[in-house]
Design a protein around this ligand. Structure first.
Ligand code: BEZ
Length: 403
């Protein structure tokens, strides 16, 4: 499934200097079956629960949405289609390319009185735009990617929970390491111009400058509107920076990484990033251009633990590809709902259940919800290098100090 979705994205991002990337949605059967409606599951009744999965099926982040659906379904199938003992009726809805599609889709879901929870959302802009919708509807939202800091900070809600990360947590974990590596030099920052991009850069800058690092400059290319990073990279090259810190994900990550190499920056200016730049299908599509990139993330399929090894083996046996962080975050969303739905299927019963989840036995390592409903978890320093089979992998170098 993952191979076909990335082979559709690849030709669109290969050429330098092209205009906006035309993106294709996941071509998998399961996505097509799920798009915008219920799959062939029993409808909600006494022993059942209706859950909506709101993930992008179009736009820059469509492949991430496909991974999330796969991860959620993987857990559900392991539990014979039941969570908390209830047969799950799963409705998959397209988040689209950003808030202009994701917010109305969430508003429509919030009007459905028979839902026990909504899971998903990749884009921080969408998450910020729907926070009040779920809070007012008293409908639990389990964010399985979007990292908007405020959601589990100043704007936390009883009804909004997260099984992924907060943006500044991921990039903040990298700051002191990069300061140490680039001692005496300065680092250029680049990310797409929207909520998540800005938070990734400010989270990095905070811990990086606190550890003595200097910032050479910052670029915020428009999100979802360009695949041409040449003007930004030319500026970075001329700046004299001795390192670059970047956040990009999905098809933008492939375009950026390939052009970083094509314009001769790879090999002369080390590229550091949040792990989304080299995750899953992105790494495969970027290929040799990604070699040597160091990143921070709360997961790698290379994690050497019995729990992860067993998970990777079972997942790869089913889907013929290793799991990604997006799949794991959605798998964990299914895990926490499995416990929460034991309390019942109304919004308040599910929230009561989420409060009592305790330690989640995740492939990323055990984690718990903090008081703001964000995971308390480990972050890893990863480096792209050749794995045992000759393919590029995110090797785990060591654990990083959490910011
Ligand atoms: C975000 O918008 O929060 C986001 C999107 C893709 C990867 C990571 C974070």
């Amino acid at each position: 499934m993952g191979r076909s979705r990335w082979s559709q994205v690849l030709p669109a991002v290969a050429a330098l200097g092209a205009g906006a990337v035309v993106l294709s949605a996941c071509g998998s059967n399961s996505l097509k079956e799920g798009a915008g409606g219920s799959t062939a599951q029993p409808s909600a009744g006494a022993g059942s629960a209706k859950i909506a999965l709101l993930v992008p099926q179009s736009g820059t982040y469509a492949p991430l949405g496909a991974d999330m659906e796969q991860g959620f379904r993987f857990y559900l199938e392991q539990k014979n289609g039941k969570l908390g003992g209830k047969t799950v009726d799963l409705q998959v809805v397209d988040e689209g390319a950003g808030p202009e599609t994701g917010v109305p889709a969430a508003q429509k879901l919030a009007q459905q009185s028979d839902l026990s929870a909504v899971v998903g959302i990749v884009n921080s802009g969408v998450a910020l735009g729907v926070r009040d919708v779920f809070d007012q509807a008293k409908l639990p939202l389990v964010l399985a990617n979007a990292g908007a800091d405020a959601i589990t900070g100043a704007r936390k809600s009883d009804y909004v929970w997260r099984t992924s990360f907060s943006n500044s947590q991921v990039s903040g974990a990298m700051g002191s390491y990069v300061a140490e590596k680039t001692k005496g030099g300065s680092v250029y920052l680049i990310a797409p111009d929207y909520a998540a991009g800005k938070e990734f850069l400010s989270g990095f800058e905070k811990t990086f400058t606190a550890a003595g690092g200097k910032v050479a400059g910052q670029e915020l290319p428009p999100f979802g509107k360009t695949s041409n990073y040449q003007p930004y990279l030319a500026k970075i090259k001329q700046s004299g920076a001795t390192g670059v810190f970047a956040f990009f994900a999905g098809s933008e990550a492939v375009s950026f990484t390939k052009q970083y190499k094509e314009l001769g920056l790879a090999g002369s200016i080390p590229l550091y990033s949040s792990g989304f730049l080299t995750e899953g299908g992105v790494l495969k599509a970027s290929g040799a251009a990604a070699a040597g990139i160091e990143s921070s993330l709360h997961y790698s399929d290379q994690l050497d633990t019995p729990r992860n090894k067993e998970f990777v083996q079972a997942y790869a046996a089913k889907y013929s590809e290793p799991p990604t962080v997006y799949a794991v975050q959605a798998y964990d969303a299914a895990q926490v709902l499995d416990k929460a739905l034991e309390k019942g299927t109304t919004g308040d019963q599910v929230v009561e259940g989420l409060r009592g989840v305790g330690t989640v036995d995740s492939p990323r390592g055990p984690w718990t919800f903090d008081e703001s409903h964000n995971p308390k978890q480990a972050f890893y320093l990863r480096k792209v290098q050749q794995g045992p089979g000759g393919t590029l992998v995110n090797a785990v170098v060591r654990e990083l100090a959490s910011p």
